[in-house]
Design a protein around this ligand. Structure first.
Ligand code: ATP
Length: 271
């Protein structure tokens, strides 16, 4: 069953949707549904993010790739409003996510790496509870059926396998049919069937007009799922564009290793 068409929300600023399809995440911050520009974030002496600039668009899937510790999660946390940048700008649907109000948050779906789910709850209690927070949630039977959650819906989150927990976390992120979805490694640890189910769902969410931003370490996921890529190293974007633009005729894997190898010279910006 296809994703029920998203209802335009008049409670949050609507960016220009006439940009679909767009040539890629070009970092044209003013035109993107999600953007960071010159973002800096330190944790004590650790410079996690430095001069991060890229954009992502409605109706498209943008994959953020980069080595461990490159600054992906920190950047996305700034976009989710969970961290306050030290400098630079983060914008989601035209709004600064830090301190944004409930209307904005209702339009943004978040899937965190550790799930962020209540351990004592069960999927059968948790997902309907979350659905009640939204005016126009995804029909629950469809969502839980598509993600195979019904098979374990009465098991407490604590006892779920890693892959089962991932699926519940994804359902929690998507149940409000967000305009923007941030998915942190959505298919990590999933078996091949579950991964295909997740990819199909994520494609439908974008096809219905949402902006999907996901982090991944999988070249296969980036190439098969994403429209646009952001390659991050040492706290900033070292390449942005469509998958074909970033791969640049050499294959994504080779380009990635060239761009992100330790000690590679990064000039702090875009292709
Ligand atoms: N709360 C924190 N306190 C201290 N350092 C942090 C904190 N969060 C992140 N860092 C550091 O910031 C840097 C960037 O981390 P981040 O989690 O953004 O990387 P990442 O690209 O998401 O990595 P991974 O692929 O491993 O998830 C790392 O050096 C990390 O140790």
């Amino acid at each position: 069953m296809p994703l029920p068409p998203g209802r335009p929300r008049d409670d949050v600023p609507q960016p220009d949707e006439s940009r679909h399809p767009v040539p890629g995440a070009t970092g044209e911050a003013g035109e993107a549904a999600v953007s960071v520009r010159g973002l800096d974030k330190h944790f004590g002496d650790v410079r996690a993010v430095h001069g991060m600039t890229w954009g992502a668009h409605l109706g498209r899937i943008t994959a953020v790739l980069g080595p461990n510790g490159a600054g992906k999660t920190t950047t996305v946390a700034c976009l989710e409003g969970l961290l306050r940048p030290d400098a630079g700008e983060a914008r989601v649907l035209g709004v600064d996510p830090w301190g944004a109000g409930p209307d904005h948050r209702a339009a943004v779906g978040v899937m965190l790496q550790d799930g962020g789910l209540s351990n004592t709850s069960t999927p059968a209690r948790l997902i309907p509870h979350l659905a009640r927070l939204y005016a126009d949630p995804w029909p629950l039977d469809d969502l839980t059926g598509r993600l195979g959650i019904r098979d374990f819906e009465h098991t407490s989150v604590r006892r779920l396998s890693g892959g089962q927990r991932q699926r519940v976390a994804l359902a929690a992120a998507l149940v409000g049919r967000p305009r923007v979805a941030f998915l942190d490694e959505p298919s990590a640890g999933l078996d091949p069937h579950a991964r295909l189910d997740v990819w199909e769902l994520v494609r439908e969410v974008a096809a219905a007009g949402a902006c999907v931003v996901l982090t991944t370490h999988s070249f296969e996921e980036a190439e098969r799922l994403a429209d646009d890529l952001v390659v991050v190293a040492d706290g900033h974007a070292v390449a942005t564009g469509t998958v074909a633009e970033v791969a640049d005729g050499r294959g994504l894997e080779e380009t990635y290793f060239t761009l992100t190898r330790p000690g590679a010279h990064h000039d702090g910006g875009h292709r």
